[in-house]
Design a protein around this ligand. Structure first.
Ligand code: F6P
Ligand code: MG
Length: 473
């Protein structure tokens, strides 16, 4: 069920895949070791300490295997999901027992996180430990300015929409808001933590404000938002009682916050009656959302003063004391919290995990490998796939000609799939489709775009984005 187009592999020296396996994964694994060390030092329980040390060793061994181009070893444990592990192992076999520096990028990266998770799930004391949790919530704290700016905007708009409920809908205004909220949600993806190895916290903050967003509009290379709006507007006009929008989530922290901002807008405007959030089931690509991140976020904004006035790890290092929140800022955030908590309690905003999101293959296989999930997705008016990894999974992470139509690159999840796929992605990998002829060449010629090196560097660091729709009928 895979595409025949060759996949992105770690052995290609011009690819971001090569850069990832050599530079970025060792850094991520070192960070994971540091995190577990820190947690070990905070416990007095000798059994927990011993287990923690074993995890550290396993993480170290994995890092060694990656850096020394060892073979990907089959996962020989049972952590309660034997079929899932068997599928990973079968893939290793089907690929001919590849080694780290010459293997399809997408699969090997998923395998790395799947393997890490077994180090934890097989222990007694670390079963539900998330090595990336601290980082995720810390970046949310350092996103404070953008969080507050959005909270104020959200409160204003939701109150306005609610006051306006019975008067006639001003469609032009609604469409503008739709675009604004989707763009906020799109750029929220520029800030994932697996890329933090080359972005500073200051860079991230710069990416988040409204002025930055306006300026970035010209960096959206393909924009299918108008057609997406039509789909939701039509369902509402047709009087369909249940109108669901699904979010296949990407990153926690600020990105999850903007996902919820968009979700709240869709519900308040009646463009959707229910939002289904789809998280991962194990720590994944550093910053991806786990069910616990949703509660952590709600918790944080339920006590905004306590949360934002506590020093982040970064601030501790720099000796910075956070400024107190103003009364208005605290009120805005409390409004946001109340709004989301109510919608959650009323079932308008639900979280629906599925283990398939952490399988090792691309979504070309989804209809065949996860038919129930596929059927469930068909029930939504629109399924929003957030972020870069989801885009790579949709397109099979393959070397498509960049002018290939998006729908074609989705294979079985494209035409005839019954799923309306909307991908919101800031580009952080090599694969890209749907571009007008000549655009890729033009971007390669820009500063840092890759030039004649053969590398599509312009697409690596989240500066450019695509918003692509495939209607599944
Ligand atoms: O490009 C770096 C990377 O870690 C890719 O491996 C992955 O596709 C992506 O970032 C994760 O980004 P996102 O959080 O947007 O899916
Ligand atoms: Mg991610």
């Amino acid at each position: 069920f895979d595409t025949k187009t060759p996949k992105s592999v770690t052995s290609d020296p011009t690819s971001f895949a090569s850069d990832s396996v050599r530079q970025r994964w060792p850094v991520i694994l070192t960070g994971a070791v540091d995190d577990v060390y820190r947690a070990i030092s905070k416990t007095d329980d000798p059994e927990k300490q011993a287990e923690g040390k074993k995890i550290v060793e396993q993480l170290g061994a994995l890092k060694y295997e990656v850096q020394h181009d060892r073979k990907l070893s089959p996962i020989e444990v049972d952590d309660g999901y034997p079929e899932e592990i068997a599928a990973y192992n079968k893939e290793i076999q089907d690929l001919g027992n590849p080694s780290w520096l010459d293997v399809p990028w997408l699969f090997s990266e998923c395998y790395m996180y799947r393997r890490i998770s077994t180090f934890f799930t097989l222990t007694k004391h670390w079963k539900n430990y998330d090595i990336f949790a601290r980082q995720k919530i810390d970046t949310f704290r350092t996103s404070r300015n953008a969080v507050l700016e959005l909270a104020s905007r959200y409160k204003e708009l939701i109150e306005q929409i609610q006051a306006d409920k019975n008067s006639t809908h001003d469609e032009e205004a609604e469409k503008l808001l739709f675009t604004e909220f989707f763009e906020i949600c799109l750029w929220g993806n520029a800030t994932d933590l697996s890329l933090l190895t080359n972005l500073t916290y200051e860079d991230i903050q710069k990416l988040q404000g409204s002025a930055a967003r306006k300026a970035a509009e010209k960096n959206i290379l393909i924009n299918d938002l108008p057609a997406s709006y039509e789909i939701l507007k039509k369902a509402r006009a047709d009087g369909q009682e249940e109108r669901r929008v699904d979010f296949v989530l990407d990153n926690a922290g600020f990105e999850l916050y903007v996902d919820l901002v968009l979700a709240g807008f869709l519900l308040a405007s009646g463009l959707a009656t229910q939002i289904v959030l789809r998280p991962k089931s194990m720590p994944w690509f550093v910053s991806d959302v786990l069910p616990g991140d949703f509660s952590a976020l709600l918790n944080a904004i339920s006590q905004p003063k306590t949360f934002f006035e506590t020093q982040s790890e970064d601030e501790k290092l720099q000796g910075k004391i956070p400024e107190p929140l103003s009364e208005k800022e605290a009120e805005d955030l409390s409004f946001v919290f109340q709004d989301w908590a109510t919608r959650h309690a009323e079932g308008q905003l639900v979280m629906r995990p599925n283990r398939y999101w952490t399988a090792g293959g691309s979504f070309w296989r989804l209809p065949h490998e996860a038919p129930e999930l596929h059927d469930d997705l068909k029930g939504a008016e629109l399924v929003i796939f957030k972020g870069d990894l989801n885009y790579r999974k949709l397109t099979g992470d393959a070397h498509w000609d960049p002018t290939t139509p998006f729908q074609q690159a989705l294979g079985p999840m494209g035409k005839g799939s019954g799923v309306n796929v909307l991908s919101l992605r800031t580009c952080k990998a090599d694969v890209v489709v749907g571009l007008p002829a000549g655009k890729d060449e033009e971007l390669r010629k820009t500063e840092g775009g890759g030039g004649d090196s053969g590398a599509r560097r312009w697409a690596w660091h989240g500066k450019w984005a695509v918003v692509c729709l495939s209607q599944g009928e």
